[in-house]
Write a protein that binds this ligand. Sequence first.
Ligand SMILES: Cc1cc2nc3c(=O)[nH]c(=O)nc-3n(C[C@H](O)[C@H](O)[C@H](O)COP(=O)(O)OP(=O)(O)OC[C@H]3O[C@@H](n4cnc5c(N)ncnc54)[C@H](O)[C@@H]3O)c2cc1C
Length: 453
Amino acid sequence: MKKHVLIIGGGFAGLAAGVYLAEVGHKVEILERRAFLGGRAYSFLDSSGAWDLDSRDVIDNGQHLFMGCYYETFKFLKKLGTDHLIKLQSQPRVDFLDSELGKLSLNCPSLPPPLHLAIGLMRLKGLSLIEKLNTLRVGTVLNLSQEKLEKQLGQLTVKEWLVKAGQSERVQTRFWDMLSVATLNEEPDVAAATLLAKVLQQGFGGSRTDSCMAVSSVGLSELYTEQARSFIEERDGKISLRTSAKRLLFADGICTGIELANGETVKADIYISAVPYFALRQFLPEKLVSSNQYFAAWQSFKSSPIISIYLWFDQAITDLQFAGLLNARLQWLFNKNLIISSSKRDRQLLTFVISAAHKFQNFSKQQLIDIALEDLYKFIPAAKNAKLLKSLVIKEQHATHSATVESEKHRPEQKSPIKNLLLAGDWTKTGLPATIEGAVLSGRICADIVNHL
Ligand SMILES: Cc1cc2nc3c(=O)[nH]c(=O)nc-3n(C[C@H](O)[C@H](O)[C@H](O)COP(=O)(O)OP(=O)(O)OC[C@H]3O[C@@H](n4cnc5c(N)ncnc54)[C@H](O)[C@@H]3O)c2cc1C
């Protein structure tokens, strides 16, 4: 039977749920607090601000990397007709910059996985042969079932797992920590080992394309938000922007409506929360939380920040598309000229990313720009010859939930004990880190549940 479904939140999770539900004829309504869709994965046009340069460049709310193994995301984008806008590497490759050794590349040859990664690691400069051979010991998790993975690693942090697997301090800092912080957005000494293992399984245990990196060739908002809106509206759905949910209403063990910030109440058959954990916390009555382990379990979740620093230069500084920065405060450099197809060529826009940026949260914008320039000059001394035209710093305090061993045990499943209330979002239990892929997967799972109610 077709249902009226109210979804709170217009990010990847809410839009994926909405698209899949509208596709099979359910009446979908999405409530979005902000004036635009996209949640944490959105983009905007740069304007001049206090600077002379009015670049009109497309700025993502932080550079987002995709991977070939983002199957749910590619399926969703294909439905919207935009999967071709993702630029996927033809061969898995990650470049690193080292202030002493220069450029190092993890370049995986055309061999069946995980042999391609093994050979790629063997060719990587900067590690001894013993260290390289040792890294392969971690590969024993590639074929473990989720159950076995949780049994073996469920109590361990990434750091504890790596030590147990004989990884030297140097391999940890030069390889594993980069991978762990980039994919889990949390420090290895607290991040859940199961999640890193899952990343390895998904990225390196399947086909060779799975381990290829990918970027959007258009701003994130252009990639999916308006297309999802049209998809839903063309199927009799409705999207209400600037509409903030305030409270979920319950009676007789079911959800009976959503009270909005403007005092109105909206009603439907099924309710899907597709907001982050800290927003949902506000919607729930205290009595429900204290009496129900499903809701109580994640009340102590915390967030992990990401800081993105955008620097515009008057000339080209690098021809790398993106690179990991070894032993630096900044972790990644992205060359927007080679990522966004519409970007201008007469200057260069570089984005620097600091994930799990807890210790930088209180730094001023100027301090962060100074750090970015210092690190950049260390890796690319010739950059000193370029003139800085403009800068922008975006601090996302709630970039993702903090993916600790403890939080991993308490992520809620999409099906809640309230029959007509489902939870979507990158923080819900997907077995994946808090990523676009996890968000889309959670939305698709909610749609499947509604179809079977
Ligand atoms: C800087 C940064 C870099 C990242 N890099 C990557 C990356 O490289 N690769 C990757 O895969 N992922 C990355 N991520 C993570 C990715 O952005 C998220 O996992 C994903 O966007 C989460 O989608 P979501 O729909 O679950 O939540 P959100 O995108 O947070 O969507 C929730 C929506 O709910 C709305 N909302 C909140 N409260 C209310 C309310 N009361 N009423 C109505 N609406 C409400 C919000 O406005 C928002 O639009 C990054 C995130 C950040 C911030």
